[in-house]
Design a protein around this ligand. Sequence first.
Ligand code: ZN
Length: 219
Amino acid sequence: MFQHQTIHGEKLNAPLGKIVCVGRNYAAHAKELGNEVPSSPLLFIKPATAAVELEKPFSIPSDMGSVHHEVEVALLIGKTASAITEDNAWDYVSHVGVALDLTLRDVQDKLKEKGQPWEMAKAFDGSCPLTSWVPLSQIRDKNCIQIRLERNSEMKQDGYSDQMITSIPKLISYISQFFTLQAGDVILTGTPAGVGPLHSGDVVKATLDARYEFSSKVL
Ligand code: ZN
């Protein structure tokens, strides 16, 4: 079972329930996959069994086609609520981290063709490597959070949260109209452009807010 902990090594008691994700939240990423920008947030959920520690070597499926990295700003929910308003949405976020929304891109393309749900491509075991958590109070500007991903020392993804189509407060409010957010739940806020395949042996380095670095390796 995944255990939340802070970058200071402090274990957090709230259990991980669900991971609510948004697709196509950066225009440049929607474009690189040839997708339309949706008129309202496109939501999907990963179960708690998708989560693994990003800072430890992690494995990816080897026989289901390409596995893409999507680096994303992750938000840890600090207290339970539903129908949250945009104005006080940040009150429900206790920490910020980085997630890799691992995606079986070939499987997803087939599902999209048939108009079927994405779960098999997005919610499989190990599909959500998550870092330890930075307290929200340590983020310099929560309206402009930088996220980056290097693969084998090459910069692949680099984005700022102010480029999101739906801002973080709007996203939290929207999600909570459908799903009660419980303490320990996680929100993934969408990926900037530059997604691409991961392979066994790759070294990845994610950077949050230009100063928190998280490195790992694909087994
Ligand atoms: Zn994603």
